[in-house]
Design a protein around this ligand. Structure first.
Ligand code: SF4
Length: 443
């Protein structure tokens, strides 16, 4: 089963004996990924002149080309220079420009790496790079330095070092698997990795960051879902940047994941001439929510090598957030963040809603421009919190509530319960006893 004529044509050209029945086989898709300029021209009928070809070859020598036939089929070849799918997949000579401010590792992930493969930046969580391969090499990738390097696929032995670090670092309660793309590992490897991490008692949650539902949705197989289901709670964050990437195939992949019980989020990157428009982002957010995906982050494009043509001013992100906050449901909008160059982590940004402030009033504005005041409480006990909690009046028993309570004969049988007899209500004998006690007391 194939969705459209364009896919049929690509499949026919890839294989003499039309590969229609293999189109949805993710391994077939990977085997036939488009890695050369010639293959791209042949399969799309898009032709470049000699000068441009030379530039493109230089670009692909530095940052390799790899596009799945599925993602290739989404390119609008009649308007490819303006096409968001083409721009994310194909690239151009602009990538060879490196500005002074651009770095190969702008987020200093290597510097915050206690062992190979682990980035430990925030107190309670780590990023675990479990693969350096991706189904497609996105031209805007912040980890261009890593992806596409075929000599750097971590072995089980290398991954064990990361697992050991997590096991020895008891403050880590959240592990984010990233890469490359973790779903590029085999089913067996994913199963092994998740089971090893899940055995670590202090790890409460595992997250997977993946672009697979966008560029290779057929990888989300029933078998993969049955493996992932064993390791709840498992959160999955995907990476859609434009509404055009939401197709019947990607919807099917998202539905499988959502039906599998995995909370889904989406991280978009704000990219010049791809999605730097309030209408595009709002439509994307609405489509995501319809497919049970929560828009999670909208990233300011990082200062990675060769990305200057993708970068927008921060003001563009603020403008987009202005068009979302209040204009659509809170759960349908992402948080706009800048990942601090040098490794400071994500910094959330939004338009200003506080216009002024005094000791007893805050002047605020809403999305329509209504200006309002919020009066501060005058009976608030302005205590200085020194984080010494011994004398605090707040309830600091943070254990989960105990809903279980033994009832009936169960109470008598339980070793945990001191009850020695059960007496029916209004029992006359006990009533008499009570009366006598009252009499005695009042006497
Ligand atoms: S899928 Fe992610 S890590 Fe891989 S190339 Fe794309 S942006 Fe980079």
């Amino acid at each position: 089963m194939i969705y459209n004529q364009k896919q049929q044509n690509i499949a026919n050209r890839i294989e003499d004996n039309p590969g229609i029945s293999n189109w949805k086989d993710w391994k077939w898709q990977l085997k036939h990924s488009i890695k050369t300029l010639e293959a791209f021209e042949y399969l799309t009928d898009i032709k470049f002149d000699e000068k441009e070809k030379m530039d493109l070859r230089r670009t692909f020598d530095k940052f390799p080309l790899s596009i799945t036939p599925y993602y290739l089929s989404l390119i609008d070849k009649n308007n490819f220079r303006n096409d968001p799918v083409f721009k994310q997949a194909f690239g151009g000579v602009e990538e060879l420009t490196t500005l002074k401010s651009e770095l190969s590792d702008p987020l200093s992930e290597e510097k915050d790496s206690p062992v190979e493969g682990i980035t430990h930046r925030y107190p309670d969580r780590v990023l675990f790079h479990v693969s350096n391969v991706c189904a497609m090499y996105c031209r805007h990738c912040t980890r261009k330095r890593k992806v596409g390097d075929i000599d750097f696929i971590p072995s089980k032995e290398q991954l064990k070092k990361g697992i050991q670090y997590i096991a020895e670092t008891t403050q880590v309660r959240d592990v984010l698997l990233s890469g490359g793309d973790p779903f590029m590992l085999s089913d067996e490897m994913i199963d092994w990795l998740l089971s090893e991490i899940s055995k670590i008692p202090h790890v409460e949650v595992i997250r997977i960051g993946t672009r697979i539902p966008v560029v290779l949705p057929y990888r989300i197989t029933d078998k993969l879902i049955s493996i992932l289901k064993k390791y709840q709670p498992l959160f999955i964050n995907t990476h859609f940047n434009h509404p055009r990437e939401i197709t019947p195939s990607s919807k099917e992949a998202l539905a499988k994941l959502a039906d599998g019980g995995f909370p889904l989020g989406n991280q978009s990157v704000l990219l010049a001439n791809v999605n730097d428009c309030p209408k595009i982002i709002k439509t994307l957010c609405h489509k995501l929510v319809k497919n049970r995906v929560k828009p999670y982050y909208l990233y300011q494009c990082d200062l990675s090598e060769g990305l200057s043509h993708f970068r927008t001013p921060i003001g563009k992100g603020i403008e987009i957030m202005e068009s979302l906050i209040g204009h659509t449901s809170g759960f349908a909008r992402p948080t706009f963040v800048v990942d601090a160059p040098g490794g400071g982590g994500k910094i959330p940004l939004m338009p200003n809603y506080i216009l002024s402030w005094s000791t007893n009033k805050v002047v605020l504005r809403n999305y329509e421009g209504v200006i309002t005041t919020y009066e501060e409480p005058d009976n608030y006990d302005n205590k200085l919190c020194d984080r010494n909690c011994d004398n605090c009046v707040l309830e600091l028993n943070l254990d989960e509530g105990n809903e279980y309570e033994a009832i009936g004969i169960e109470k008598l049988l339980s070793d945990e319960n001191d009850t020695i007899c059960l007496v029916p209500e209004n029992n006359e004998r006990i009533q008499r006893r009570d009366d006598t006690e009252n009499y005695t007391e009042n006497d």
